[in-house]
Design a protein around this ligand. Structure first.
Ligand code: TMP
Ligand code: MG
Length: 320
């Protein structure tokens, strides 16, 4: 057999290797030192397969707080949707103090690499339930939410506009799946002019009485570690996501990895994790869990580059 003759076999193998390299995704941003990958080759193969299938087969599922929003800016933490509600117009000082104490108690638990998700789950329910009860007691007014968002230091990640614009241009649905507060989340993206029709949101929505005063939260509580249930009960039923078996998933918490569990007959899933905090303690776990890990990267540069590649048609690619 010709393949067993070494001097022929070697060139054949090299040609095959070069051909394989050429067909793989070429994304220079993946070479940045802030990008970690457990299996670079698999990442490239997945991106390439998603590109071949095209934008029409793609959906993007993203977490919101600390994924689409920045973690910090100029050395200061950027507020989450819950923290935006910590505004003098909406809640009094005593409530603000209690919510901050709860954050200081439970956030370290949320990100503790030494505890399992099962351990954390009841504690997250405790955190969210207490905060929501405190907010309800404050009788928050719906008509003041927009002003609180405007006066907050909420900030989407650098490059967010390219991300939202690209998805809308390519008619790719973006599912934002957040354990934050839906009404506040909507206001943040509205004020940043990216609340486009292809954006769908699953989150904790406020329930207001007839006079516009908060009286409860709607539906089942979503916290960081029960997104799988929400994915199965809500996301799987969204018609706009049907027939799109390729998923680009973005998150900052390990709990975010279950956001695509409701996608039936998925073909390719690429998970991107922002590692914002406790880098040394969590790096190994994140690299094991997400396909691509972005360490202390406050930008959308890498997701945008991947998205651009996936949504570029083969013709465009050959023309370039
Ligand atoms: P996410 O699912 O959009 O990331 O939103 C959940 C984040 O919200 C989670 O990482 C913790 C954060 N959070 C607060 O900052 N303050 C709070 O009071 C609560 C309950 C959650
Ligand atoms: Mg988050």
């Amino acid at each position: 057999m010709v393949y067993h003759i070494p001097w022929i076999y070697t060139p054949v193998r090299s040609v095959l290797a070069i051909w394989h390299q050429l067909t793989k995704a070429e994304i220079p941003e993946l070479a940045k030192c802030s990008v970690l990958m457990r299996d670079r080759s698999r990442v490239e193969d997945t991106i390439y397969a998603m590109q071949r299938a095209g934008a029409g087969r793609l959906q993007v599922i993203s977490d919101f707080d600390m994924t689409l929003t920045r973690f910090a800016h100029n050395g200061k933490r950027v507020p989450t949707t819950h923290n935006i509600l910590d505004h003098r117009l909406l809640i009094d000082e005593d409530c603000s103090k209690k919510i901050r104490e709860l954050l200081n108690t439970y956030y370290p638990i949320e990100i503790d690499a030494g505890r399992t998700a099962e351990d954390k789950l009841p504690l997250m329910v405790e955190w969210w339930t207490q905060v929501h009860e405190l907010l309800i007691q404050q009788r928050i007014r719906k008509d003041l939410l927009a002003q609180a968002v405007k006066e907050s230091s909420a900030m989407l990640r650098e490059g967010y506009k390219v991300f939202f614009d690209r998805l809308t241009e390519q008619q790719v649905p973006l599912l934002i799946f957040s354990a934050g507060v839906g009404d506040v989340l909507e206001e943040v993206i509205r004020q940043n002019n990216v609340f486009y029709p292809n954006v769908h949101i699953i989150s904790n929505y406020m329930d207001f009485d007839q006079t516009g005063v908060l009286r409860a939260f709607q539906g089942q509580l979503i916290h960081t570690f029960n997104k799988r249930e929400g994915a199965l009960s809500h996301a799987s039923g969204l018609r706009v996501l049907q027939g799109r078996p390729n998923v680009l998933l973005l998150g900052d918490s390990l709990g975010d990895l279950t956001m695509a569990d409701g996608v039936s007959e998925h073909q390719n899933i690429l998970t991107i994790g922002f590692l914002n905090d406790q880098m040394d303690e969590r790096k190994e776990l994140y690299v094991k869990s997400f396909d691509v890990v972005l360490v202390k990267d406050e930008t959308m540069e890498v997701p945008n580059a991947i998205l651009k590649y996936i949504t570029s048609s083969t013709d465009n690619k050959l023309d370039a």
